[in-house]
Design a protein around this ligand. Structure first.
Ligand code: HAM
Length: 420
């Protein structure tokens, strides 16, 4: 094994690809920031109990995938496997639901950790941008979030994604359905582990990917037939609002999410170019989560979009983001005196808001010009002893190849002007 190897299931973000990640985070968060969502940041770890109670004791995330640790002080902590429980915990701790108007709308961006079997698109350390709207039950809020995710993906140029939509019912109707489903599932020919799942989390069985299991599920009771009137009306309103916004979606009765806190609206964004790890994002309503973690009743809704998979989706569709070069001016000094002078010009440019870089390390002209090219800079500033003696620097337009001598004292102003 090489000494320079990131841990299994993780990878580093390095230039130039890392620029795409930043652009994706920016593109996902921009519609949120424009829609009243405020930025929140919470610790990378929490008390393990928050996730056990919030995400659910019977979920794979909690039973198999959590990175847990005991501190020297004896605290049981877990690296966060997701953001919703943490954000709600933080909002309750800061009393945001009391001071502000409801809903409390928050967005976040960060690293999450799940001890999963690594494969393409599935990592042990990954990155999400998420949004949570806390404290309000209103179908327009569910619709807003779905529409904003659609807008984010579209602004990136993605087209081959689909929105899957479902309702999981509420605390009135879901238990009735759950029992009906359990009765149906107990009569099927299933392995031991799946039998255990029937007792703990029967809805998850519907999500089984195996063909022989799916074949037996054809006549399974449908949650749709068990939704209470309030849930039905709520869901219809969400569907109508999304439709009116011109956002296409597919009703997917089999959509059950891997976290226990969901009620009513649930949705997933899938991309058809990604193989088995096709979910680029997901979310839904979680009206009971606040009470599950010891808070007051605060019906809420949210989503998280996977940044890693969104980047993979862009690559799968062959979308190249239009990322402007980060450096506008590259300075190449020839000799000690020129070094000092041009370093000063670079500093001046930067202070004037022009992105500038410098050929460090005293390399020769050829190597330095190569770096200038690689930087993507529009202009190169070159100066040698003779130039300095004449009080000028050579300003080269890297697009046209044109080179002009500019008085040293005017170089920075001239560049700022040319770059607009
Ligand atoms: P989730 O579906 O578990 O939901 O994750 C959301 C997204 O994170 C997934 O659709 C996927 O793109 C990405 N993701 C998850 N696990 C991995 C992984 N191992 N490797 C790469 N990407 C991954 C949640 O986390 C909920 N907190 C969403 C939510 C917010 N619900 C309500 N509010």
């Amino acid at each position: 094994m090489s000494t320079f190897q990131a841990p299994k299931g993780t990878y580093d973000l390095t230039p130039p690809r890392s620029a795409t990640f930043l652009a994706v985070r920016e593109a996902i968060s921009a519609p949120l920031r424009d829609s009243g969502y405020g930025y929140i940041e919470t610790p990378g770890f929490e008390n393990v109990e928050l996730f056990a109670r919030g995400v659910g004791e019977s979920t794979d995330i909690v039973t198999k995938e959590m990175y847990t640790l005991t501190t020297k002080g004896g605290d049981q902590l877990a690296l966060r496997p997701e953001g919703t429980a943490s954000v709600l915990r933080a909002a309750l701790e800061a009393n945001l639901h009391k001071v502000g108007n409801l809903p409390v709308k928050l967005w976040y961006s960060g690293s999450y950790y799940r001890y999963e079997r690594p494969q393409a698109g599935r990592y042990r350390h990954f990155s999400q941008v998420g949004a949570e709207a806390i404290g309000t039950e209103d179908p327009a809020l569910d619709a807003e979030l779905i529409i904003l995710a659609d807008q984010a993906y579209r602004s990136l140029g993605l087209r081959q994604f689909r929105i899957l939509l479902n309702s999981l019912g509420d605390k009135e109707c879901r238990p009735v359905y759950r029992e009906a489903l359990q009765t149906f599932l107990r009569d099927l020919d299933l392995d031991e582990e799946t039998r255990r799942r029937i007792e703990i989390n029967p809805l998850r069985v519907l999500d089984d990917k195996r063909a022989d299991v799916q074949k037996q599920l054809t006549d399974a009771p449908k949650l749709r037939d068990y939704l209470c009137d309030a849930c039905k009306a709520y869901h219809e309103e969400v569907r109508a609002l999304i439709t009116a916004a011109g956002v296409a979606f597919e009703d997917d009765e089999k959509l059950v999410r891997g976290l226990d806190y969901y009620t009513r609206t649930t949705f997933e964004f899938v991309h058809d170019g990604l193989g088995s790890q096709s979910a680029v994002g997901g979310g839904g309503r979680y009206d009971g989560l606040s009470e599950m973690i010891g808070g007051p009743e605060l019906p809420s809704v949210g989503w998280a979009l996977g940044v890693d998979r969104t980047v993979l989706a862009l690559e799968a569709e062959g979308v190249e983001l239009d990322l402007p070069a980060t450096t506008s001016v590259y300075a190449v000094p020839l000799g000690e005196e020129a070094r000092r002078v041009l370093f000063g010009v670079v500093t001046e440019l930067r202070r004037a808001g022009v992105a500038a870089d410098f050929a460090f390390g005293g390399r020769g002209l050829k190597g330095a010009m190569k770096s200038a090219n690689r930087s993507g800079a529009r202009y190169t500033l070159v100066a040698g002893e003779r130039d300095l003696a004449e009080g000028v620097v050579q300003l080269k337009d890297m697009e046209s190849g044109e080179q002009t001598a500019v008085p040293l004292t005017e170089a920075a102003a001239e560049l700022a002007k040319r770059l607009g």
